[in-house]
Design a protein around this ligand. Structure first.
Ligand code: MN3
Length: 202
């Protein structure tokens, strides 16, 4: 049985940029919903292996083919939301630090360029999905979009920063003003946490 980390801050901690009700529903109902469905699916097939979730994704071909789609969807839903909550905090750590800061400056020229590129990619997302900062197999940073609950682990990429672009992530507060939500994400992003993931995985 898999579990999810506790939310690392209170439901109202990201106000005014992400409202309390959205965070509560998003974490308690959506995120936990993916977890419960994943555990039920794995129970149903009496899955016993002791894989981490990224390992489960990498070994998906060991599971019955007719269950794989739903298991991938829900395992992705768990992993992607774990990272989304971890990517944010109320601590105002919204400028890159450490080795991540160096890598961003080397690859994107400046933090401003990186931020503009991340916002540009996010604004191009069609339908439901995520914008991720990932480490690719060559150890370089990349900004990518994935659809629905597809996780970058499926492509051998290691995600270190996630922005949820499903309507449930912003609609209560922002209605159809998705670009405002995307821009405000940079007020609550936590680069201390993201740098930790970068340094652990590089
Ligand atoms: Mn979501």
């Amino acid at each position: 049985m898999y579990d999810i980390p506790s939310l690392p801050y209170s439901y109202d901690a990201l106000e005014p940029y992400i409202d309390e009700e959205t965070v509560r529903i998003h974490y308690e109902l959506h995120h936990r919903g993916y977890l419960n469905k994943l555990n039920n699916l794995l129970n149903k097939i009496s899955f016993q292996k002791n894989y981490t979730l990224p390992e489960l994704i990498q070994h998906i071909d060991e599971l019955p083919i007719e269950e794989r789609g739903e298991i991938l969807f829900n395992a992705g839903g768990v992993l992607n939301h774990n990272l989304y909550w971890q990517s944010m905090s109320p601590l105002k750590n919204n400028h890159p630090v450490g080795n991540l800061s160096r890598a961003i400056n080397e690859q994107f020229g400046s933090f401003e360029n990186f931020k503009n590129e991340f916002i540009r990619q996010a604004s191009l997302m069609q339908g439901s999905g995520y914008t991720f900062l990932v480490i690719n197999t060559g150890g370089e940073l990349e900004i990518i979009n994935t659809s629905n609950q597809e996780t970058p682990y499926l492509y051998g990429l290691i995600p270190i920063m996630a922005l949820d672009l499903w309507e449930h992530a912003y609609y209560l507060l922002y209605k159809n003003r998705r670009n405002e939500y995307i821009n405000n994400f940079f007020n609550v992003v936590d680069f201390v946490e993201i740098n930790k993931l970068y340094e652990e995985n590089i």
